[in-house]
Design a protein around this ligand. Structure first.
Ligand code: ATP
Ligand code: MG
Length: 324
């Protein structure tokens, strides 16, 4: 693929979504608790990464894209941690709202002697307050014209009501800004009029009510979704099989995954949204954006842990593919 990703540095993207902190507590175990039959982990260090929509932002920043984060967090130390992390990444946070009484989503993994022994989630899926949704919309409305694309990263944590989704997709369309959605849930009609929706195989199967097992059922599910929702484009990601782009009125366009040694597939969907979104923001057609996203996602799954795509490795991979 002949494409110079330094063009991505000219793009400005707004990510609207459920932000999370992934916390890792690293320690050792040398005894079982006298209180219950559980290991006692002696914590030696902790580390943090951004999760959910935060991982989409991580990928964008890593590619040199200018990013605004839009979402709802709490008011405690975890919210401060997120804000401080974004400040360090030069992410614009004017549209991050702190809602009183709402926890900032945090998922803590306890790792002892390289074994994942426990995960602790602190989160709510309670809808945000109406007043918070109105403030969020107003902030977006003020800033939308300064962006080249809006990315909606829905992790089902209460940020997106159907009403807010409708308003923000209408806003993007009104300002001729592409709105790309990584969806959640069974009914994708709430994303009506988005530029493209990017479910994975399982999400697309559930939403279409068709189990995707092969090329035929994939095409049936894709076509059913396209005809049931007012959207023109759909990208179904299929893990080790790559992805298939459905554009209304055209045959499905399958892009096979790049064969690699796979270490950790989590977060690959976030990389797809980030790279496809930037490609569309830079004016590339969906077919090229999807091919770029597929290459980038193929790289991140070969890394240990959830890692964002990096500029140099992406650039090198594109040049390698070029020569083939
Ligand atoms: N085993 C794999 N080998 C090569 N590429 C892969 C593999 N798994 C995923 N990918 C790449 O990542 C993309 C997204 O993967 P997938 O369909 O699993 O998304 P996802 O389930 O939304 O991911 P997640 O929710 O974990 O972020 C695929 O379209 C493909 O390009
Ligand atoms: Mg996903």
């Amino acid at each position: 693929m002949a494409f110079d990703i330094s063009a991505f540095e000219q793009c400005r993207i707004c990510v609207i979504g459920d932000l999370m902190i992934d916390e890792y507590l690293w320690g050792t175990v040398d005894r079982i608790s006298p209180e219950a039959p559980v290991p006692v982990v002696c914590v030696e260090r902790k580390s943090y990464t951004l999760g959910g929509a935060g991982n989409v932002i991580n990928n964008l920043v890593s590619l040199g894209v200018r990013v605004s984060a839009c979402g709802v967090i709490g008011t405690g130390i975890n919210a401060n941690l997120l804000l401080k992390t974004f400040a360090g990444m030069k992410v614009e946070t004017a549209a991050l709202i702190r809602e009183q009484g709402r926890p900032t989503t945090k998922k803590t993994r306890v790792i002892a002697a390289n074994q994942h022994v426990l995960r602790i989630d602190r989160e709510t899926t309670r809808p945000i307050k109406d007043e918070t949704a109105s403030r969020l919309y107003a902030l977006l409305e003020k800033d939308v014209s300064e962006h080249d694309a809006l990315l909606v990263s829905d992790y089902g944590k209460g940020l997106f009501s159907p009403d807010l989704l409708k308003r923000l997709i209408d806003l993007g369309n009104h300002h001729k800004k592409p709105v790309l959605v990584d969806p959640k849930g069974l009914d994708f009609r709430k994303y009506a009029n988005a530029s493209i929706i990017t479910p994975n195989r399982k999400e697309a199967s559930l939403a279409a009510g068709i189990e995707i097992r092969d090329t035929g059922s994939l095409a049936a599910a894709g076509n059913k979704l396209l005809s049931g929702i007012p959207v023109n484009n759909l990208l179904i990601t299929t893990g080790k099989d790559g992805m298939t782009l459905f554009e209304k009125g055209k045959p499905p366009y399958a892009i096979p995954a790049k064969a690699r040694q796979v270490f950790d597939v989590s977060g690959a969907g976030d990389t797809v949204l980030a790279v496809l979104g930037t490609a569309v923001a830079a004016g590339l057609p969906l077919t090229e954006g999807a091919a770029l996203a597929n290459i980038a996602a193929g790289i991140v799954v070969s890394k240990v842990g959830t890692a964002p795509i990096e500029k140099d490795e992406f650039h090198n991979a594109l040049n390698r593919h070029d020569k083939r």
